[in-house]
Design a protein around this ligand. Structure first.
Ligand SMILES: Nc1ncnc2c1ncn2[C@@H]1O[C@H](COP(=O)(O)OP(=O)(O)O)[C@@H](O)[C@H]1O
Ligand SMILES: [Mg+2]
Length: 449
């Protein structure tokens, strides 16, 4: 509890309010108390003198009844004679002020006494006067100037009330502040347990709202990532499982002594093909993982791009001439700074695809040009084409086309993902344009340096 943010917020706020109250009280006292006290004292002295003067002008009046009637105007009087006799006029509801002998003597001898008291309204002054040669000391104080007396009380009540109400409001407000954090904490826990279907409903525009939005985005991306991971595992397992199944099947059949040597050779060929497929798969997977890890070795060097492509076309000759494809190659002499091995893989994947997906007697055109410090490679074939819908996916891992259309199932759908990754590592772009059953063009643009 003590360590919670809620508790700390509340304590901090209350502390701040308390300190501000104390400081403002202090400042208030400094600014006004002194002034008010002096004013009251001045007024008392002035009025005391008036009262005395009034009496001195009519000395025939009885002093006792005079003071008594004036005391009704909210004064308390203490009258002392030279002999130390004391008389009181007024209301005794207030606690009497003790007069020391010294004070009384001091005033009788003609001094003025000022007494400062903690309680504002109980200022007291002592004034000397003479009548018929007799010396007197008159002490007077305001009795119950109700407003003044209440003033301190009012101020204290107001401050206490604002402190209490403030604290209650802070208790509520802090809960409102801390609540989204609690929601997020519990969501994070769910997330760490693998539950990615989380959406925080924090409708605020402040920092907490932004945090909640980012959290939602993170949860969504994590869930997509998790889905990708699951798909990946299931794709890989499937890609491994199907060649293994056929290898197992054919090797089982090979055990049969009755099969002809022709059949035997066919089975062995199939087993060999499937093994190669498996080995290609693991090679491609490793390559992709390495390319995506961002630690893939990258060795740019300057070389003739046209020569690289020409060599590859020649290398693939057995495959395209077997299908009697017309190979049309137009390459400008261009130097490039790039990773030769990696780009080799790109051209090889694109050319193999074109050969694979183009029916016999078709044609393939390979063009290399230069534009704005970029090399442009176009590989166009007259093959089966790619539908608009499939074009969205051909660069995804394991995508091998619309199953209804694509009967040529020899690859594992990693070729274009790898090609794209490599082109992007070279700051280039790869695009596709196609017309179903007619033509497909892959265009790669890479900066020369
Ligand atoms: N030149 C092309 N003509 C028609 N379809 C193509 C062409 N190149 C790629 N594709 C489609 O894109 C898919 C993905 O290609 P790729 O990643 O190289 O995988 P793979 O060659 O192993 O099938 C192919 O399965 C195919 O459906
Ligand atoms: Mg391919």
């Amino acid at each position: 509890m003590i360590r919670t943010l809620y508790f700390r917020l509340v304590i901090t706020f209350i502390g701040i309010v308390l300190i501000s109250l104390i400081i403002s009280l202090f400042i208030n006292t400094l600014l006004y108390r002194e002034e008010v006290e002096t004013q009251i004292q001045q007024a008392l002295i002035q009025q005391g003198k008036e009262i005395i003067t009034l009496y001195q002008q009519n000395p025939s009046t009885n002093m006792d009844s005079y003071l008594k009637s004036i005391s009704r105007l909210n004064y308390n009087f203490w009258l002392f004679t030279e002999k130390g006799k004391e008389k009181f006029f007024g209301s005794k509801s207030k606690v009497d002020k003790p007069f020391t002998k010294n004070t009384i003597n001091h005033v009788i001898k003609g001094g003025t006494h000022l007494e400062k008291n903690k309680v504002r309204s109980s200022q007291m002054v002592g004034l000397p006067f003479q009548i018929n040669g007799q010396h007197y000391a008159l002490f007077l104080t305001f009795r119950g100037a109700p407003f003044l007396e209440k003033l301190d009380e009012i101020i204290n009540t107001v401050l206490t009330m604002s402190f209490i109400i403030g604290s209650i409001l802070i208790l509520i407000a802090s809960r409102y502040l801390v609540r989204p954090l609690q929601v997020m904490t519990s969501a994070t826990k769910k997330l760490s347990q693998g539950n990615f279907d989380i959406h925080l409903n924090v409708k605020r525009k402040d920092e907490l709202g932004i945090l909640a939005d980012s959290f939602n985005l993170m949860a969504k991306e994590l869930s997509e990532l998790e889905q990708m991971r699951k798909d990946f595992v299931s794709n890989v397992s499937h890609e491994i499982q199907s060649p293994l199944t056929s290898i197992r099947g054919y090797s089982e059949m090979l055990k049969d002594k009755a099969i002809s040597s022709e059949e035997r050779n066919t089975f062995l060929d199939i087993i060999q093909q499937e093994t190669e497929r498996l080995s290609r798969l693991s090679e491609n997977l490793l390559k992709l993982a390495s390319l995506e890890s961002n630690h893939h070795p990258f060795h740019p060097e300057s070389y003739r791009l046209d020569e690289q492509i020409r060599k590859l076309v020649a290398f693939l000759e057995p495959q395209w001439s077997k299908k009697r494809l017309k190979m049309n190659v137009r390459l400008e002499k261009i130097n490039i700074v790039a990773d030769q091995d990696q780009l080799n893989q790109v051209w090889l994947n694109l050319l193999s695809n074109s050969i694979k997906f183009t029916p016999e007697e078709g044609s393939i055109q390979v063009k290399l040009t230069e534009q704005d410090q970029k090399v442009i490679v176009d590989i166009t074939d007259t093959g089966i084409g790619i539908s608009k819908e499939a074009q969205q996916h051909i660069f995804d891992r394991f995508y091998t086309g619309d199953p209804a259309r694509n009967r040529i199932k020899s690859g594992n759908g990693l070729g274009l993902s790898i090609a794209k990754k490599i082109v992007e590592l070279h700051d280039g772009q790869i695009r596709v344009a196609s017309e179903v059953e007619k033509t497909t063009t892959f265009t790669v643009a890479i900066p020369k340096k």
